[in-house]
Ligand binder design. Sequence first.
Ligand SMILES: *[C@@H]1O[C@H](CO)[C@@H](O)[C@H](O)[C@H]1NC(C)=O
Ligand SMILES: *[C@@H]1O[C@H](CO)[C@@H](O)[C@H](O)[C@H]1NC(C)=O
Ligand SMILES: *[C@@H]1O[C@H](CO)[C@@H](O)[C@H](O)[C@H]1NC(C)=O
Ligand SMILES: *[C@@H]1O[C@H](CO)[C@@H](O)[C@H](O)[C@H]1NC(C)=O
Ligand SMILES: *[C@@H]1O[C@H](CO)[C@@H](O)[C@H](O)[C@H]1NC(C)=O
Ligand SMILES: *[C@@H]1O[C@H](CO)[C@@H](O)[C@H](O)[C@H]1NC(C)=O
Ligand SMILES: *[C@@H]1O[C@H](CO)[C@@H](O)[C@H](O)[C@H]1NC(C)=O
Ligand SMILES: *[C@@H]1O[C@H](CO)[C@@H](O)[C@H](O)[C@H]1NC(C)=O
Ligand SMILES: *[C@@H]1O[C@H](CO)[C@@H](O)[C@H](O)[C@H]1NC(C)=O
Ligand SMILES: *[C@@H]1O[C@H](CO)[C@@H](O)[C@H](O)[C@H]1NC(C)=O
Ligand SMILES: *[C@@H]1O[C@H](CO)[C@@H](O)[C@H](O)[C@H]1NC(C)=O
Ligand SMILES: *[C@@H]1O[C@H](CO)[C@@H](O)[C@H](O)[C@H]1NC(C)=O
Length: 301
Amino acid sequence: MGYSRPLLFFILPIILGLHAPGIADDDDNGVCTLTADYCWSCSGTNETFNNGSIYERNLDTVLSSFSSNKTEINSGFYNSSLGQGPEKVNAMALCRGDVPLNDCHTCFNESISILRQNCTNKKQAIIWAQRCTVHYSNVSIFGVAEDDPVKFVPGPTNTSNAEEFKLVLNPLLETLSEKAAAGDSTTKFAAGHALVPANQTIYAIVQCTPDLDLQNCSDCLKDAISDIPKCCEGKKGGRVLRPSCNLRFESNLFYDAASDSLVNLPGKQGNNTSNITTKVSPSSFLGLLLSLCLSSAFAFS
Ligand SMILES: *[C@@H]1O[C@H](CO)[C@@H](O)[C@H](O)[C@H]1NC(C)=O
Ligand SMILES: *[C@@H]1O[C@H](CO)[C@@H](O)[C@H](O)[C@H]1NC(C)=O
Ligand SMILES: *[C@@H]1O[C@H](CO)[C@@H](O)[C@H](O)[C@H]1NC(C)=O
Ligand SMILES: *[C@@H]1O[C@H](CO)[C@@H](O)[C@H](O)[C@H]1NC(C)=O
Ligand SMILES: *[C@@H]1O[C@H](CO)[C@@H](O)[C@H](O)[C@H]1NC(C)=O
Ligand SMILES: *[C@@H]1O[C@H](CO)[C@@H](O)[C@H](O)[C@H]1NC(C)=O
Ligand SMILES: *[C@@H]1O[C@H](CO)[C@@H](O)[C@H](O)[C@H]1NC(C)=O
Ligand SMILES: *[C@@H]1O[C@H](CO)[C@@H](O)[C@H](O)[C@H]1NC(C)=O
Ligand SMILES: *[C@@H]1O[C@H](CO)[C@@H](O)[C@H](O)[C@H]1NC(C)=O
Ligand SMILES: *[C@@H]1O[C@H](CO)[C@@H](O)[C@H](O)[C@H]1NC(C)=O
Ligand SMILES: *[C@@H]1O[C@H](CO)[C@@H](O)[C@H](O)[C@H]1NC(C)=O
Ligand SMILES: *[C@@H]1O[C@H](CO)[C@@H](O)[C@H](O)[C@H]1NC(C)=O
């Protein structure tokens, strides 16, 4: 007689030790630390390199340039390729748009050590930290909108008024997305807040890797917004993390106040305390864009 299949399914994960300790969850799309300060993914591929290989050497060289303070600070985005053919490493590192450039290397450094420890010998890996993202692959990743992996990080708290909340959250994110997509080849980031009736504020950021063109950035963020019901339905906060773009919203100011501004949404007509009486049409935001301030708010030297 064969093995009992249900029994095997129950026992196999235990034998294989698949329940890694110290992580909040575990699925194909990635894992996070308990506090979700870092989320990463390297499980979507079987492609590995050997210790001492040229690939490993190239990877270490590229990654250490990202975390070195000697690397020139010009924007929060770094990309680099090293090597030939199968040994070629492609990597990029992106700081959140409001983070002072002087802090980027530190975020890269911490993120890279977590990746190298938890994605041992994987040719492809990505980590989303609170303040930066690092991604490497043997496949070219520049200028390409990637759909995999996607990691959802819902916040812990429910909203008390999910419907009203959604009526503000979606247009807020759509407005910010248009602004971010219109950014230049060094920065595609937007941040801002909007007010929900019943005395609530939503703070949000959206960001694309700036190697994407306007259309790919816009499409990526559109997909991220459409993931919100799956990710964070009814939550006061959450993050949708993709390789090429990400979004985050919270009920508190979680980014640099210098990057903050009130985003006026259609139907509210600038009266921030007014009740929402107009149904919001997602297609009516383009006109608003022109009135948005496009300054990228890097106010330091
Ligand atoms: C990884 O390997 C496993 C078993 O060897 C296989 O079932 C799976 O499809 C592979 N995944 C990829 C992405 O190649
Ligand atoms: C590479 O070395 C690390 C320890 O530094 C070890 O955990 C890992 O299994 C080794 N990988 C291979 C493919 O030998
Ligand atoms: C991170 O920085 C420390 C020094 O502060 C350095 O020793 C280490 O090699 C760096 N890690 C990476 C991955 O670059
Ligand atoms: C880089 O500089 C920051 C401060 O600007 C410092 O905290 C950090 O330790 C430095 N990192 C390295 C690897 O020297
Ligand atoms: C980095 O990205 C830019 C586009 O933003 C591209 O032109 C450049 O070739 C990339 N760098 C490398 C080393 O591939
Ligand atoms: C990731 O690496 C850290 C540090 O080595 C370790 O504590 C943690 O258990 C690792 N997590 C996973 C899922 O392997
Ligand atoms: C990436 O590495 C895997 C495994 O070594 C290989 O099958 C694949 O062709 C590589 N892709 C590229 C673009 O080199
Ligand atoms: C948009 O992304 C796709 C892949 O996702 C890529 O083939 C295309 O070239 C990109 N568009 C531009 C204009 O770069
Ligand atoms: C939050 O909402 C979900 C479903 O919308 C519900 O299952 C859960 O119990 C709620 N949590 C709290 C703390 O109210
Ligand atoms: C908004 O207006 C509706 C009726 O138009 C009312 O039922 C609701 O209580 C009002 N909400 C607030 C927060 O004033
Ligand atoms: C709105 O909320 C803030 C802080 O949560 C509180 O200080 C203020 O009194 C509230 N205002 C009203 C009208 O409820
Ligand atoms: C905005 O709405 C509030 C409450 O409905 C009202 O008291 C206030 O006068 C309005 N402000 C403007 C500029 O219309």
